[in-house]
Design a binder for this molecule. Structure first.
Ligand SMILES: [Zn+2]
Length: 173
């Protein structure tokens, strides 16, 4: 298992393929019906057909977007899995991952819950990889003073980026 991929990233199931095949089949039927309606000059009926056309197109378009996200998530996760260090410069990633605007993609895929154990540190321009090696690992903590969330190397001390309080990296969640 890749530690950066979540269980949401799955292969297309058989039942889902059948459902999408059915939607595609309906699209063909509707287009054929619309063509004959237009030939007969029944414009309003043809327009109604357009609504059905869009209705059946929706799950197909959504699946295409989802599969593209899964592919990107897998590519990003496998790249991170092969890195021995625990953080990488954002600029370095832009060169290594052949996806348009990879940092934006990582942010998006994290929000969607497809990627995990990755923290984007915008201030330091770093991508921090959590839960990697056994000796050192990053933990997510909340500042006891202001509640801001941040990541810190286990056993280390640093100051809160927002209020300046001292933070201890000893709480693992
Ligand atoms: Zn704070």
């Amino acid at each position: 298992m890749n530690p950066f991929l979540t269980s949401k990233v799955t292969e297309l199931s058989r039942s889902r393929s059948i459902y999408l095949g059915f939607c595609a089949f309906m699209e063909v039927i509707i287009i054929m019906a619309m063509v004959s309606l237009l030939k007969d000059g029944k414009w309003s009926s043809a327009l109604l057909g357009l609504l059905f056309l869009l209705g059946f197109a929706r799950p197909i378009v959504r699946e295409i977007i989802k599969q593209r996200d899964f592919k990107n998530a897998k590519e990003i996760a496998s790249y991170f899995n092969g890195i021995p260090s625990e953080s990488i410069k954002m600029s370095q990633i832009n060169q290594k991952i052949r996806i348009a605007d990879p940092i934006k993609q990582i942010e998006r895929l994290l929000k969607k819950g497809y990627l995990t154990n990755i923290h984007l540190d915008w201030e330091k321009d770093l991508v921090v990889l959590m839960a990697l090696g056994s000796s050192k690992r990053y933990v997510e903590i909340s500042c006891p003073n202001c509640g801001a969330k941040t990541v810190i190397l286990q056993g280390r001390v640093k100051n809160c980026e927002y209020c300046g309080s001292t933070l201890l990296g000893n709480k693992s969640e």
